[in-house]
Write a protein that binds this ligand. Sequence first.
Ligand code: NAD
Length: 330
Amino acid sequence: MNLYNLNPKYRILVTGGAGFIGSNLCESLLANGNTVVCLDNFATGKKSNVTPFLSNKKFTLIDGDIRNLSDCHKACEKVDYVLHQAALGSVPRSMNDPITSNDVNVTGFLNMLVAARDAKVKRFVYAASSSTYGDSKNMPKIEDVIGKPLSPYAITKYVNELYADVFSKTYGLETIGLRYFNVFGRRQDPAGAYAAVIPKFVMQLMNHESPHVNGDGSFSRDFTYIDNVIQMNIKSLVTNNTLAVNTVYNVAYGKRTSLNELLDLLKEYLTEFDLKIGSVKTTYGPIRKGDVPHSLASIEKAKELVGYNPEYNIREGLREAVQWYWNNLK
Ligand code: NAD
C-alpha cells in the first residue's frame, strides 16, 4: 500500500529536510519508494537527522541556503513536487533578530516560489503557521478569520501565504499552505533557547529538573502529533480536488490541552520508565510577551477538501514521543 496513494515514481524536494518536520517527511517518502532531494543549510537542522538516509540511492542531500536563488534552482531540478519546510521558527527568535527571520522566511520563501515556478513543479506545499491568527479571539480558529500578527515571525508566515496566493494567480503555480499548530514528536530538538515546549519539558523531567511554565499553566494549545502532519502533507500532494488547491489549511488535532494537563500526561508516561519523575515539581513565572492564551483549530476544511483524518490524539502522540526521547536521548 502506498503512502496515502502517493505514487513512488515522483521526485520530491523537501526543504528544511534536516529539521524536525522535514526529516520525518523525508523518512516517510523514502519508505514509500520516492526519490527525495533535501535542501538544508543546517541552521537549526542536524546532520544526524539525515545520516540514516545517506546510504539510500534515492536520497540526495544539498547543503545549501534558500536565501541563495541558485541553490533553490539547483534543488528544484527535475522535481515533481515541493514540500517547503525550511524557515527559522520560533516567535522569540524573531523578536531577537527580526532581520534574519525575514531574510530566511520571506526572501528565502520567494526564492523557492520562483525556483519551483521555473522548474514547472506540479505543486508547492508549504509550512505556514497558526501564528498567522495573531490577536484574533475567535475559537476555534477557522482559516478565513485572522487577526493582527503578534510577532515578526507571524508576519513572515502571513507574507508566505500572500506570495503563494499571488504566484498561483499570476503564474499558475499550484500551492497549498499548511498552518501547523504546535507540532511535536520524534526528532524535535529539545536543546537551545528556542526549543519547543514538549521536548524541553521531556528532557527536563528525564533529568529530574523542574519544568518552568510561563504563566499559571492554564494557557492551552492544539498540540499536533507529527504523523498527523505527515498525513496532511502527503494528502495535499495527491489530492486531485480542484477546490482543494491554492488555499491554506489548519493542520491540528482539533482539541486543546493546557500546559498543566500536558505536564501531567508527560509525567504519567515518563514514570513508566522512572518512578522518581512523578515527584519533580513545576515552577511558574510571568506570562511571556506575545503568547496567546489559547489556541484551538477547526480542522473541518482540511477534512472536507483534502480528506485529512488525524489518526493520533494527544495521548497516543505523547506516548510515542516520550518513548522516542527515552530510547534516543536518555
Ligand atoms: P526545524 O528548525 O527543525 O526545521 C527547519 C529546517 O529548515 C532546519 O533543518 C533548518 O536547518 C532549515 N533551514 C533554516 N534556514 C534555512 C535556510 N536559510 N536554507 C535552508 N534551510 C534552512 O523546525 P520545524 O519545527 O521542523 O519546522 C518546519 C517548518 O514548519 C518551518 O517552516 C516552521 O516555521 C513551520 N512550523 C513549525 C511548527 C512546529 O510546531 N514545529 C509550527 C508552525 C509552523
